[in-house]
Design a protein around this ligand. Structure first.
Ligand code: 16G
Length: 260
């Protein structure tokens, strides 16, 4: 059995006098071991059976403690490979004054970017898409939905919709939507972004590898060409524990009051 496990059980024995329910004692021991750095981000936790036999408690008790820590985001469970200490999140600070792409934002920070495709194709547009993109019911919408991953950590789910006349082959965009739009001279030059709080539903939480119900950010971006035509309508879910959006505010000059 690993050194880390021995350390967890050492703290468990020390605290076992406290009279608190066993699963709470075990939960605290594991939490302390993580906080003290005895087990670090990405380290595997010993199996439920190993913990139960070493600490002389039932597997049901171990499972309850572990489930609590998974819910709290301290541990993560990966099907088939076990339970691990959750990766420590480096918060990403994102300016709200520049119209950049995810690929550019992460590259600027020296992070390795990749995406997992969730959907790409041409569809009949939804009423929202028709309204925002100015499509009629006999036109098609191109949808590009991706899980955006930086340094192996999933940060956001982005679902972009564009007119099929702008993006006739959504599967052909490569790794960057904005780079693809740039090649056809259709990269947006202006965008309006609406950010609101959202608790992550089960499916989104699973993709983002966070406990369901945890805080996230719902972001809607509508981007425009210089002509004023809407080019992109993207709805995204960002991890609340990973992103800080930062806006610079200025006192408006004389005669500018109330200007957007
Ligand atoms: C950003 C945009 C998203 C855009 C994407 C293009 C936000 C909230 N969203 O993530 O609207 O589609 O960049 O990224 O900022 P790409 O060029 O790397 O595909």
């Amino acid at each position: 059995m690993s050194e880390a496990a021995d350390q967890i059980f050492a703290t468990l024995k020390q605290s076992s006098q406290s009279g608190a329910p066993l699963y709470l004692q075990l939960r605290k021991s594991i939490e302390d071991a993580v906080n003290r750095g005895l087990i670090g981000p990405g380290d595997a936790l010993p199996s439920e059976r190993d913990i139960a036999s070493k600490a002389d408690i039932s597997r049901v008790t171990v499972r309850k403690a572990v489930q609590d820590l998974v819910k709290g985001g301290i541990l993560v469970q990966r099907h088939g490979s076990g339970t691990f200490v959750a990766p420590r999140m480096e918060r990403v600070e994102q300016s709200l004054s520049r119209l950049t792409s995810f690929t550019e934002d992460m590259a600027r920070r020296g992070m390795a970017v990749r995406s997992a495709w969730l959907d790409r194709g041409l569809y009949a547009p939804s009423p929202d898409e028709m309204m925002v993109l100015g499509l009629s019911s006999n036109e098609l919408v191109a949808r590009v939905a991706r899980l955006r991953i930086a340094n192996d950590t999933p940060l956001a789910i982005e679902r972009a919709a564009l007119s099929a006349s702008v993006l006739p082959d959504p599967a052909g965009i490569g790794s960057s939507l904005y780079a693809a739009l740039e090649t056809t001279g259709l990269r947006p030059v202006r965008a309006v972004q609406r950010i609101s709080a959202a608790n992550l539903g089960g499916d989104d939480a699973r993709l983002l590898e966070v406990p369901p119900g945890i805080a996230g950010l719902h972001i809607e971006r509508i981007s425009y060409l210089a002509s004023g035509k809407v080019i992109e309508f993207t709805r995204s879910i960002y991890r609340g524990d990973a992103y800080d959006f930062v806006a610079e505010l200025r006192l408006s000059g004389p005669g500018e009051e109330g200007r957007p």
